[in-house]
Design a protein around this ligand. Structure first.
Ligand SMILES: NC(=O)c1ccc[n+]([C@@H]2O[C@H](COP(=O)([O-])OP(=O)(O)OC[C@H]3O[C@@H](n4cnc5c(N)ncnc54)[C@H](O)[C@@H]3O)[C@@H](O)[C@H]2O)c1
Length: 400
């Protein structure tokens, strides 16, 4: 039984730092007690800023010696599943950064471990909590969209500077682009869409099969040549198994089609998130750049008709409907949440995780959601390797 405040350890102290603001706002419910990072440099910063927090270089030692109730895993993606499983077996609740796992075997082992240990496990998919995404969820649940037909999600963010250390060696992101053809970062795009479709819920849809298509790799070699010269192995296109842009198509049980684009490599201004939702009575387009409003058209309410009769249908700002459809949690916490990272997402993620532990309830993004969204990583790689064929998405709620 965990008492208030939940004692939290952060593993992987760089991303972990971004949670400090959310931790400050939620200090009555959660308290940071330990940090674990293999980098002495990262630990030094924590020791300086928070001398009262225990620091560990070794993860196993931290699990053994820290009296934390829960861990937030914010290490490179290939470590998430192994570290999550170890933590739950050691009696710690887990909040895992995205993605939950990178192989199908890890997905199944995560599910088994949650079922066997009964520990709380939640995926820290903060994009599900962004203001427009939660407002769209509210509108879908109130029937504004009618029947859902089609959705798009994109993570299009030029991260070429994050692929390399200053000496040209590859970071974990660089290793992922070097080794894996496919979509290795699908959950920011898919998470909100899966919630709109109620995927994995009694009344909802199920992801059935998926295929991934990939472009050539052009922008990274150009960047490498400019930064490290022709002799760097990454200056050759063949070095990069993942092309600049990958597109994943998913078919659902209710015949909704979802299209996801991941693009870490192409030069362009950063737009935090890209989403589209088409229903039988409304259409949604997320903002294209910072400062632009997300757009909506609702049949019978927005101007014009589709197809046009007297006047053509015209987009409206989503915020025009905020009084009516703002998600209740954003109404209550929006101002506080906006002080934390990722459009407020970091605040809501942490609050839901801690409340799930304290109130002994299922987290809103549970292990079945986590692996259903994350299995797009191995399945997209399999699809690309086999010539872009569709592959089946397992139903992780059924024991094999
Ligand atoms: N949800 C989001 O919006 C968001 C944003 C950024 C990053 N992330 C996720 O956060 C994670 C970390 O990303 P980042 O950009 O901070 O990466 P990073 O490489 O900058 O930091 C990773 C940290 O983990 C530490 N680390 C590596 N191996 C470790 C181990 N075995 N034990 C303990 N610490 C270890 C490293 O020393 C480093 O400090 C990734 O999973 C990424 O997907 C999520």
């Amino acid at each position: 039984m965990v008492s208030k405040p939940v004692k939290l350890a952060v593993v992987g102290g760089r991303r972990g730092r971004a949670f400090n603001k959310a931790l400050g706002i939620l200090s009555d419910k959660v308290q940071l007690v330990a940090i674990c990072d293999i980098s002495e440099e990262v630990l030094k910063i924590w020791k300086k800023n928070m001398p009262y927090v225990q620091t560990f270089k070794d993860y196993d030692e931290m699990l053994e010696k820290s009296d934390c109730d829960a861990v937030f895993i914010a290490t490179p993606i290939f470590l998430h599943a192994k570290q999550s499983i170890k933590a739950m077996k050691a009696g710690k609740h887990v909040l895992s950064e995205v993605v939950a796992a990178t192989t199908l075997d890890e997905c199944w082992r995560l599910v088994e471990t949650v079922e066997d240990t009964g520990m709380t496990y939640m995926l820290s998919e903060n994009y599900c909590y962004m203001r427009p995404n939660m407002m769209i969820l509210n509108m879908v649940e109130k029937g504004v969209f009618g029947e859902l037909i089609y959705a798009e999600g994109g993570y299009i963010h030029d991260c070429r500077d994050l692929l390399f250390y200053p000496d040209g060696k590859l970071t974990w992101r660089g290793e992922a682009s070097h080794n894996f053809p496919g979509n290795t970062y699908p959950t920011h795009s898919l998470g909100p869409i899966a919630q709109w479709l109620h995927v994995n819920r009694e009344d909802g849809d199920r992801l059935l099969r998926t295929a991934t298509f990939m472009t050539k790799s052009v922008a990274v070699p150009i960047y490498v040549k400019r930064l490290f010269g022709e002799s760097h192995p990454g200056a050759k296109r063949e070095f990069w198994k993942r092309g600049d842009s990958a597109t994943t198509v998913i078919q659902t049980e209710r015949d909704v089609v979802i299209v996801l684009r991941v693009d870490y490599h192409s030069p362009r201004p950063h737009n935090m998130a890209h989403h589209v939702l088409q229903g039988s009575s409304a259409s949604y387009l997320s903002a294209r750049y910072r400062g632009e409003d997300p757009l909506i058209w609702i049949e019978g309410r927005s101007p014009g008709q589709s197809p046009p009769k007297d006047a053509p249908a015209e987009w409206e700002s989503l915020w025009k409907y905020a009084d009516e459809y703002e998600h209740p949690r954003w109404k209550r916490w929006g101002k506080e949440a906006m002080k934390t990272g990722h459009g407020g997402g970091d605040f809501f993620v942490l609050e839901d995780f801690v409340d799930s532990i304290l109130q002994r309830k299922d987290p809103p993004i549970d292990v079945y959601d986590a692996v259903t969204w994350s299995c797009i990583v191995p399945l997209s790689i399999e699809s690309v390797k086999k010539g872009n064929i569709p592959v089946e998405i397992p139903d992780f709620r059924k024991k094999c």
